[in-house]
Design a protein around this ligand. Sequence first.
Ligand SMILES: *[C@@H]1O[C@H](CO)[C@@H](O)[C@H](O)[C@H]1NC(C)=O
Ligand SMILES: *[C@@H]1O[C@H](CO)[C@@H](O)[C@H](O)[C@H]1NC(C)=O
Ligand SMILES: *[C@@H]1O[C@H](CO)[C@@H](O)[C@H](O)[C@H]1NC(C)=O
Length: 304
Amino acid sequence: MSAMAALGWRTLWTLCVCFTALRTNALSVTMSESTMEVVRGDYIILPCSFSTYSPLSRLNIIWTLAPFSSPESPLQVIVYDHGQIIEDPSLIGRVGFTDLPLGADIMINDTRVSDAGVYRCMVNNPPEAADPGIGELLLTVLVAPSLPACRWDGEMDAGGSVTLSCSVAEGIPTPEIRWDKLNPEEISLPINMEGELSGSVQIINVSAQTSGLYRCSASNLLGTENCYINLSIYSGSESSSGILQGVLLTLSMSLMLSALLVLVTWLHRTGRDGRWRVSKGEEEEEEGYNEIRYTPSLIKRSFV
Ligand SMILES: *[C@@H]1O[C@H](CO)[C@@H](O)[C@H](O)[C@H]1NC(C)=O
Ligand SMILES: *[C@@H]1O[C@H](CO)[C@@H](O)[C@H](O)[C@H]1NC(C)=O
Ligand SMILES: *[C@@H]1O[C@H](CO)[C@@H](O)[C@H](O)[C@H]1NC(C)=O
């Protein structure tokens, strides 16, 4: 009984020793970075080193990417297998190993936003076991804010309300948007965000003091871009501006009516052109005179 137990213990101990020996001889992968950042358009070297005790004749390296934009569809960035290198079509000409076969580092040139995501470096060197044969790092691609677009909407008359809006097309990290009035002194304005990339300011009951230069700025750690709006509030009293508007409306309406009349007369004339060609010159003169006579009387009537 006790002899069998001793044998059992010895077997277990031998197994443990063998396993430990295997472990120390296993290939291991280390990554010196777990997160990295690159500015779009720049190059980056993603580090991945491994140690192995076997010859490198059957070395196999696979780099995969789970992009932030579509994590559910990972892609094989680049593969080294039996001395051959295969790149993903979307990265051909932009990706390459930098120190094969001693290291698995890769370089990505001309980085794009779509290159951002979780990279995995997997190394195998049969018959050696891998422990673990995988390293992981997170790559962020930074983008400076684009030039924001400033717009205004509303009534520029005193007492009206005006909305200033600003939107920026891109920027990573998401740009911070702010509105400031620059004169007479610089003040920051309360902003309503509409989504992450646009923000507006509402100014109610505008007055002459509302006039001035306004600036929207979009900024992140890579920089700041601005757009501007110059507001001029019409400060005339409401009643006189009402009268002016009425006069302008009447004037433009009578101009339109007289233009219409001229057009109708002209159409009438050209319609009878065939007949006129054979008639006397004095008839034409008379028709022209009528045209001039009708127009001013119409304007006069509209004003009354
Ligand atoms: C990246 O660009 C550098 C410099 O232009 C070049 O030496 C290198 O070979 C390029 N790497 C790849 C993978 O295309
Ligand atoms: C609008 O502003 C004017 C002067 O700036 C003030 O007299 C008036 O009461 C304001 N109206 C409202 C509705 O707040
Ligand atoms: C804003 O508009 C006012 C009046 O139209 C003008 O006097 C001023 O120079 C403008 N300012 C800028 C910065 O364009």
